[in-house]
Design a protein around this ligand. Structure first.
Ligand SMILES: Cc1cc2nc3c(=O)[nH]c(=O)nc-3n(C[C@H](O)[C@H](O)[C@H](O)COP(=O)(O)OP(=O)(O)OC[C@H]3O[C@@H](n4cnc5c(N)ncnc54)[C@H](O)[C@@H]3O)c2cc1C
Length: 497
C-alpha cells in the first residue's frame, strides 16, 4: 500500500484528494492523508448561506470557457446547481472621480469585439479611440513580432503588451483596473505570457486582438455566458468533493511545519499544538504540496533553496466585505443596473509604515478599494426578491494596513467608501468581512520560464508534486484540473498502474 500526503486543502489540494479517493475506490493500492491548517476545507473558497442570501467570501464564479470546474460539478451531481452569469445585464462601470461611467458594450477585457460601444464611449479620449481603430491595421506587424517571439522565451509585462496594441491610456485606465481585480498586482510587473495566454495566442494567430476577437465571434466560437457559478454557492464543490473522501483521511487544524526526505520517501512534521492527538511526524511515499506560495517556500527552504527562489516572490492580499440589505432596507437604494464597478488605481500606493490613525485608515480604504460587485444582479438567486447584496473588494499595494484593523472598522470603511460612489447606504441586515492575506501570487515577467525550471527541479525529487495558485493559473478551473491531473499521475507512478 502506497501512502500519499497532501498538504493544504484549498480547491487545488482538495481536487487532488478527491481524485485519489476515486482511484482508491477503483482499487488503486493507495492510502492518503490530507493535512489542513484550518478547521474548514476549501481555503479561499467559502460560501455563507444566511436568510436567503448566498454570500461568497472568496471566488464567486469561474470562467465558463474553461471546462474543468463544470465537469467536476456534473460529476458531483450538481447539474441543477449550475447557473450562468446574467449577461443581459453585463455592464461594468469604471469610477471616474465619484461618478460611474459604463464600460462600452462588447468588450472582452480591454479589447472591443464590436466598434459602436467604444467609439461612442465617454471613457476614452479621441487619441485612445484612434489607437483602437489603428490596431487592426498593424495586424501583420504584430503577428510577425509575435511569431518571432513564440519560439523564444521572450516575455513582457502586461502593460507593455497592451501598450503595443492600444497605447498608454487603454493600458492604464482599462487593463490595469480589470486585472488588478483578478491578480491584485501592478500590470507593469505582471507577465503577459502567464496572465494573458489567450490574448498572447490571439496575437500569434491574428496579429490584431480586435480582428481575432471579431473572427472568433463570427465563427460562433464564444461561450454563452462569461461566468458560471453554483446556485447555492461555490462551497458546493468543496462539500461535494469532501463527501467522497473518508473522514479518517482528513486531518484538520494541522499546520505542517516541515518536510524531510528519507531515501525514496518523505516525512511530514506537524507544528506542535496542545491537545492534538495525531502523531507529530508521519512517513509517506509521496507528497502533494498545495499550500500558498509563501508556505511552500518555507517548506522547501531546507530541501532545495533554488525552489524557494523560483516560487513567486510577491503576493498580494485581499479583503472582501459583503453587505446584504433585506428588501425593506434596500427600497431606498439606487444601485445602477450592472455587474458592478472597478476603481482605476492611479499609481502604486503603499500604506504608511507608522501606526495608522483614523484619518489614515479612511484614505487607505479609498485607495485600496479595487472593485464592487452588485451580486444580486450578476447572478440569479443570490438574494431574496428586491434585496440587494454588494461585495466590496479591497486589495493592491495599499491594502496591507487594513488587514490589521477590526471587522467593525472595515465594515464602516466599506459603507462610507461605497456610499460615496453609489449613494449613502442604509445599515446592512448582514455584514461579513474576510481577510485573505498573501492570497494572490504575483506572476511577474519571466514567470513561465521560472516554472519550467521549477518543474525540472521538482521532477528530480522522488514522488513530489506542487499544485495551487502559485504556478500556472489562479482560477478555479485550472486549479481543479492541475490538482486532479497531478494526483492521477502520482498514483500511476507509484503503483505502476
Ligand atoms: C478575494 C478573491 C476572489 C477571487 N475570485 C475568484 C473568482 O471569482 N474566480 C476564480 O476562478 N478565482 C478567484 N480567485 C482565485 C482563487 O480563489 C484562488 O486562486 C484559489 O481559491 C486558490 O486555491 P489554492 O488551493 O491554490 O489555495 P488556498 O485556497 O489558499 O488553499 C491553501 C490551503 O492550504 C492550507 N495551509 C496553508 N498553510 C498550511 C500548512 N502549513 N499546513 C497545512 N495546511 C496549510 C490553508 O489552510 C488552505 O486551506 C479569487 C481569489 C481571491 C483572494
Amino acid at each position: 500500500m502506497k501512502r500519499i500526503a497532501i498538504i493544504g486543502g484549498g480547491i487545488a489540494g482538495l481536487s487532488a484528494v478527491y481524485e485519489l479517493a476515486l482511484q482508491q475506490h477503483a482499487g488503486a493500492p493507495i492510502e492518503f492523508v490530507l493535512f489542513d491548517a484550518a478547521s474548514r476545507l476549501g481555503g479561499i473558497v467559502e460560501t455563507v448561506r444566511r436568510d436567503g442570501f448566498v454570500i461568497e467570501c472568496g471566488p464567486d464564479s469561474w470562467v465558463t470557457e474553461k471546462p474543468w470546474a463544470r465537469d467536476l460539478a456534473l460529476e458531483l451531481g450538481l447539474e441543477s446547481e449550475l447557473v450562468p452569469s446574467r449577461d443581459d445585464r453585463r455592464k461594468t462601470y469604471l469610477v471616474q472621480g465619484r461618478a460611474l461611467t459604463a464600460m462600452p458594450d462588447g468588450m472582452r477585457m480591454m479589447v472591443p469585439a464590436q466598434w459602436a460601444g467604444v467609439l461612442n464611449s465617454p471613457l476614452f479620449s479621441w487619441q485612445a479611440k484612434l489607437a483602437y481603430l489603428r490596431e487592426p491595421k498593424l495586424a501583420e506587424q504584430l503577428k510577425t513580432s509575435a511569431i518571432d517571439a513564440a519560439g523564444s522565451s521572450r516575455d513582457e509585462s502586461v502593460r507593455d503588451f497592451v501598450f503595443r496594441h492600444f497605447g498608454a491610456e487603454v493600458a492604464d485606465t482599462i487593463a490595469a483596473p480589470l486585472l488588478a481585480g483578478v491578480f491584485g498586482g501592478d500590470i507593469a510587473m505582471l507577465s503577459a505570457r502567464a496572465v494573458l495566454p489567450a490574448f498572447v495566442a490571439l496575437e500569434r494567430d491574428y496579429g490584431s486582438l480586435v480582428l481575432g476577437l471579431q473572427q472568433r465571434r463570427q465563427a460562433g466560437d464564444e461561450p454563452a455566458a462569461i461566468f458560471t457559478t453554483l446556485r447555492h454557492g461555490l462551497a458546493g464543490l468543496v462539500e461535494g468533493m469532501e463527501s467522497h473522501i473518508p473522514a479518517s483521511s482528513i486531518q484538520r487544524g494541522i499546520v505542517v511545519a516541515s518536510i524531510d526526505r528519507t531515501g525514496e520517501g518523505w516525512v511530514v512534521h506537524r507544528a506542535s499544538v496542545p491537545g492534538v492527538s495525531h502523531p507529530a511526524s508521519q512517513t509517506f511515499d509521496a507528497v502533494l504540496v498545495a499550500t500558498p506560495a509563501k508556505t511552500t517556500a518555507q517548506l522547501f527552504g531546507a530541501i532545495d533553496e533554488r525552489i524557494e527562489e523560483l516560487l513567486p516572490q510577491q503576493s498580494s492580499s485581499a479583503i472582501v466585505v459583503a453587505l446584504a440589505f433585506s428588501a425593506d432596507r434596500a427600497s431606498a437604494m439606487r444601485i445602477p443596473r450592472g455587474f458592478g464597478f472597478l476603481v482605476p488605481q492611479i499609481a502604486a500606493q503603499h500604506g504608511p509604515s507608522r501606526p495608522i490613525s483614523n484619518d489614515d485608515v479612511e484614505a487607505i480604504a479609498q485607495s485600496a478599494l479595487l472593485a464592487c460587485t452588485f451580486v444580486d444582479q450578476k447572478f440569479p438567486q443570490r438574494a431574496p426578491k428586491d434585496a440587494v447584496l454588494l461585495r466590496a473588494f479591497f486589495g493592491g499595494p495599499a491594502v496591507a494596513p487594513l488587514l490589521e484593523v477590526s471587522d467593525a472598522t472595515l465594515l464602516r470603511l466599506a459603507q462610507t467608501t461605497l456610499g460615496r460612489i453609489v449613494g449613502k447606504l442604509p445599515e446592512p441586515s448582514i455584514a461579513l468581512v474576510r481577510r485573505w492575506p498573501d492570497s494572490l501570487p504575483l506572476y511577474s515577467v519571466g514567470h513561465l520560464d521560472r516554472m519550467a525550471e521549477l518543474d525540472a527541479r521538482i521532477s528530480r525529487l522522488p514522488h513530489m508534486r506542487l499544485i495551487g495558485n502559485a504556478y500556472r493559473g489562479v482560477g478555479l478551473p485550472d486549479l481543479i484540473h492541475t490538482g486532479r491531473t497531478a494526483a492521477r499521475e502520482l498514483t500511476a507512478n507509484l503503483t505502476g498502474a
